[in-house]
Design a protein around this ligand. Structure first.
Ligand code: MN
Ligand code: MN
Length: 300
């Protein structure tokens, strides 16, 4: 089924904003730069261009593969000779574009970054209605392996639906047994993650989480926690958010206790930071694509 014109127009607007923000951020990231400045710049640009962040800007350095965003007052900076993944999400009325790029400050990593981009290009070439997810995964794996690298096995692309960044269906970047096929009208975040051949080639969770989302309504003891939850649900719905976006609450004395209650009651859940299990470097490239009759269209 083709996408209705109005939805398509919103996807395209979100895609254009995400692309412009990605390119501008790519030009500005420098060694020594505070990570929080990068996150805030990406999110501010998104709003200035008429979109909303679909999730907090992720800035994941070296062996951190994904899901790092600055907590409030973050002091971390971009290390020298590092490889930095910047992952940007934009939505227009819930229609999401998700895109990422890797910037590196050591030419030694250029080929790995280039391999992630090649794998993404290959994925875009492949995607069309009827393509099996099995064939997709094995082709991406082969593309990465041929160049002497390894795909991260447990990070996948994903189906996107309105207000849902991970809408159930995954696009693994390795061989997998699946009976599932690509369908016309589907929107995917396509994102190969690449690491070195000697690495474990998978990610594990760190204990820290700086990205959260509303999970379910809970009866809460603390009236302040209840108010905070209402605010989160109303403003971010099912989309991920950061505590940086709750600054008007953070100045009040009850904030810390209230936010802890939201987490302990599981009304709000965290996305832990993903680190490569053997602590090797990771590169990523991502586009959002719309599957059309005879292939796919890159929205970002
Ligand atoms: Mn992404
Ligand atoms: Mn994604």
């Amino acid at each position: 089924m083709a996408v209705p014109t109005e939805d398509l127009e919103k996807y395209q607007r979100a895609g254009k904003i995400a692309r412009e923000v990605r390119e501008e951020i790519k030009r500005t990231v420098r060694e020594g730069m505070p990570i929080i400045d990068i996150c805030e710049k990406a999110e501010t640009l998104t709003r200035e261009k008429g979109g909303k962040p679909a999730f907090p800007c992720n800035v994941s350095v070296n062996e951190i593969a994904a899901h790092y965003t600055s907590p409030p007052k973050d002091k971390q900076t971009i290390p020298e000779r590092s490889i930095v993944k910047v992952d940007i999400g934009v939505h227009v009325d819930g229609y999401i574009a998700d895109t990422a790029t890797s910037v590196c400050f050591d030419s030694e990593y250029d080929y790995m970054v280039n391999t992630a981009e090649e794998a993404l290009e290959k994925a875009v070439e492949l995607l069309r209605p009827g393509l099996s997810i099995t064939r997709f995964g094995s082709t991406i794996q082969k593309t990465i392996k041929t160049r002497g690298f390894k795909p991260v096995s447990n990070l996948t692309g994903h189906l996107i639906r309105r207000y849902l960044i991970h809408a159930g269906k995954s696009l693994p970047n390795i061989f997998n047994l699946s009976t599932s096929r690509i369908k016309e009208g589907e929107v995917y975040g396509v994102e190969p993650f690449v690491t070195v051949a000697k690495a474990a080639g998978r990610v594990e969770n760190l204990r820290e989480a700086h990205i959260f989302r509303y999970a379910k309504n809970k009866s809460l003891k603390d009236p302040y926690a209840k108010r905070l939850l209402d605010h989160i649900r109303k403003n971010f719905m099912t989309l991920p958010f950061t505590e940086r976006w709750l600054s008007k609450f953070a100045s009040s004395s009850g904030y810390k206790t209230a936010f802890s209650e939201l987490l302990s009651s599981k009304a709000v859940v965290g996305y832990p930071v993903f680190v490569e299990a053997s602590r090797n470097l990771v590169a990523q490239a991502e586009h959002t694509v719309l599957v059309v009759k005879d292939g796919c269209v890159v929205l970002t």
